[in-house]
Design a protein around this ligand. Structure first.
Ligand SMILES: C[S@@+](CC[C@H](N)C(=O)[O-])C[C@H]1O[C@@H](n2cnc3c(N)ncnc32)[C@H](O)[C@@H]1O
Length: 234
């Protein structure tokens, strides 16, 4: 059948699918812009953190950004968390968003392995006036999590993808019944839908399958931005 399709038709199909992709990308960006314009505005301090991160830090696109930041704030506001844990602080953008929903007297622990980021993280936490609320731990998450002898209402996993499953198993016993784990980037730019065999994609596929089959939790994969897996401990 393919051989019977004239070459010119194949080219025009190819061109049509490319222009369809461009149209979808355009629509996706327009929908994102519209959604941001109709969501509570990004706090001034978060705009400054975003600007500084893009100007001075490697891989600035790792920062959550306005819409995802608002989504994280919404989750923590919904449950009025008393204690939260974040794995992967980067420049503290998401930590500050999550902290917006903390109950009075609540605290957020956040773990970052890159010690070169510490000076930026502390500066940003101070700028947000959250020094007494956000507790920073510098070091590898797999070593720090077992030292945190406490119960969490919400854990946000946003560090090295290879260890998502390890972090999930380490934090699940520390999450209260009815509490949440949110894992970012679980769609990995759509690569989890492909046959890609790189380690990160394989690890995220394994993570998504494992969580889906885990009877200890109720989970939903939100196709937002790069994919947010929202998991409630039963
Ligand atoms: C995607 S960024 C986090 C972005 C941040 N949560 C935000 O939304 O603005 C991932 C961060 O995890 C950190 N990281 C990577 N491996 C880690 C590990 N083993 N333990 C702790 N942090 C780690 C990286 O240095 C990086 O800053």
């Amino acid at each position: 059948l393919i051989l019977k399709i004239p070459f010119s038709t194949k080219i025009s199909n190819f061109a049509a699918s490319k222009s369809k992709n461009r149209m979808l990308q355009y629509l996706e960006q327009e929908v994102l812009n519209y959604s941001e314009a109709h969501s509570s505005p990004e706090m001034t301090v978060l705009q400054q953190i975003s600007r500084e991160t893009y100007a001075k830090i490697l891989l600035p696109q790792m920062l959550s950004g306005h819409l995802q930041g608002n989504i994280l704030s919404t989750f923590s506001r919904m449950i009025q968390a008393k204690r939260m844990l974040e794995i992967g602080t980067f420049t503290a953008y998401s930590a500050i968003c999550l902290a917006q929903g903390l109950a009075e007297g609540g605290e957020l622990h956040t773990i970052e392995s890159n010690e070169e980021l510490e000076v930026y993280i502390r500066k940003h936490i101070k700028a947000a006036d959250l020094e007494g609320v956000i507790r920073l731990h510098i070091g590898p998450a797999a070593q720090i999590i077992p030292t945190l002898d406490m119960v969490f209402d919400l854990v946000f996993i946003d560090a090295d993808k290879l260890n998502y499953l390890l972090y999930y198993e380490l934090v699940l016993p520390k999450v209260r019944k009815g509490g949440f784990i949110i894992a970012d980037n679980v769609l990995w730019s759509g690569k989890v839908l492909t046959d890609a065999k790189d380690k990160d994609t394989m690890a995220l596929k394994r993570f998504n399958q494992y969580v889906r089959a885990d009877e200890r939790v109720f989970n939903t994969l939100f196709p937002l931005r790069d994919g947010l897996m929202v998991i409630q401990k039963l």
